[in-house]
Design a protein around this ligand. Structure first.
Ligand SMILES: [Zn+2]
Length: 357
């Protein structure tokens, strides 16, 4: 088990271990439309992609491969397939298909829920009836269905039974993220003490209204032990919020995730996220019709990189690790392959040209 002190040392060392990026200076932007090479992109939160839904029990191996290929065209060579809150049988059916995949890019599963807050707002687009309390036995069954490939679990620390589960997961080498929560600041600190090391899509999956301070957002922003996953599509977080969060956490503790759904890489229209109907509009916003909640995204990680440069004013060299080496280190893997891309500094556009193994 990694101690809190060792974890902090690892993450502090990560600041000095940024990858060398051909064509990208450490402190200055490359010339407009320059060509760069970077490690393969790593996405820790993918619900589906390009018409394929990882939360549909009927999804096939071929469809998982098609989604993987479509993501690779955006530079993603490593990802966690995300299965959201669902009853055990439905989760198990999805997990079994994903676990049997031999796609090298599929690094495992991110189990987002069902051990989350049942409250409106906090649970986001997860259905209330799919939310349940954690028990070690329930998790063991889910991990068994997933062939031991669940690598990351998002929990709400205030849910009864969550903290003992967090301790056990961390002992077993499974990473734990805080998310879809209505926790008190103390409950956030308790989760960190139990071994939580990440915030899932910080600033989303929470109530519309919060006490200005203290609240669980400030507590997570201030916790150096927690890396923060951010969905930088311009819909989930306003640009100023992204900039302020990145500065608060420091770039070394930011992980860009897409939270992509079946609607990603597809035209506007109606799609399914598990058993939830969602609509993708012309602006790229994915939401449950008639509700204020966003429901995953239509974002790709290459665009998240450009958005983050634009929103924060940071150089590309500081943003690329958020989508490559930082999530890889968090998972305990090496980034796979090399991405050859063009970088248009004027438009903050990162365009993948080719991906090598
Ligand atoms: Zn979520």
């Amino acid at each position: 088990m990694v101690t809190r002190r060792e974890w902090l040392q690892t993450m502090t060392a990560a600041v000095a271990m940024r990858p060398t990026l051909d064509g990208v200076g450490r402190d200055d932007q490359p010339a407009p439309a320059s060509q760069i090479t970077s490690p393969g992109l790593v996405d820790l939160q993918v619900n589906g992609y390009a018409g394929v839904d990882f939360n549909d029990p009927n999804t096939t191996q071929d469809q998982v491969s098609a989604a993987t290929a479509a993501m690779r065209a955006t530079g993603v060579t490593c990802f966690l397939a995300t299965v959201i809150s669902a009853p055990l049988d439905r989760f198990s059916a999805c997990a079994k298909t994903l676990a049997r995949s031999t796609e090298p890019a599929l690094a495992g599963l991110h189990m987002e829920g069902p051990y989350i807050s049942p409250e409106d707002g906090a649970r986001g687009a997860h259905r209330r009836e799919d939310v349940s309390s954690p028990t070690l036995d329930d998790f063991k069954r889910r991990q068994e269905a997933a062939g031991g490939r669940i690598r990351l679990v998002t929990v709400a620390p205030e849910v009864p039974g969550a903290l003992p589960l967090v301790e056990q997961l961390v002992k077993d080498g499974v990473r734990v993220a805080i998310g879809h929560t209505a926790a008190s600041p103390q409950q956030v600190r308790d989760a960190v003490a139990a071994g939580a090391t990440m915030s899932t899509h910080l600033g989303n999956g929470c109530a519309q209204m919060l006490p200005r301070h203290p609240n669980f957002l400030w507590e997570q922003l201030a916790a150096d032990e927690l890396l923060a996953g951010l969905i930088v599509d311009g819909h989930h977080l306003p640009p100023a919020t992204v900039k302020a969060m990145v500065r608060a956490k420091t770039p070394a503790r930011i992980i860009l995730v897409t939270d992509a759904t079946t609607a990603a890489g597809r035209p506007p229209g109606d799609y399914m996220l598990g058993s939830v109907s969602v609509h993708l509009d012309e602006t790229g916003r994915v939401a449950v019709p008639g509700q204020p909640n966003l429901a995953g995204s239509a974002l790709s990680l290459d665009r998240a990189i450009g958005n983050t440069v634009r929103f924060t004013g940071l150089p590309l060299a500081d943003v690329l690790p958020m989508a490559t080496t930082t999530p890889a280190r968090y998972l305990g893997v090496s980034p796979r392959g090399r991405v050859h891309a063009s970088w248009d500094a004027a438009a903050s556009r990162f365009t993948v040209l080719r991906v090598d193994d």
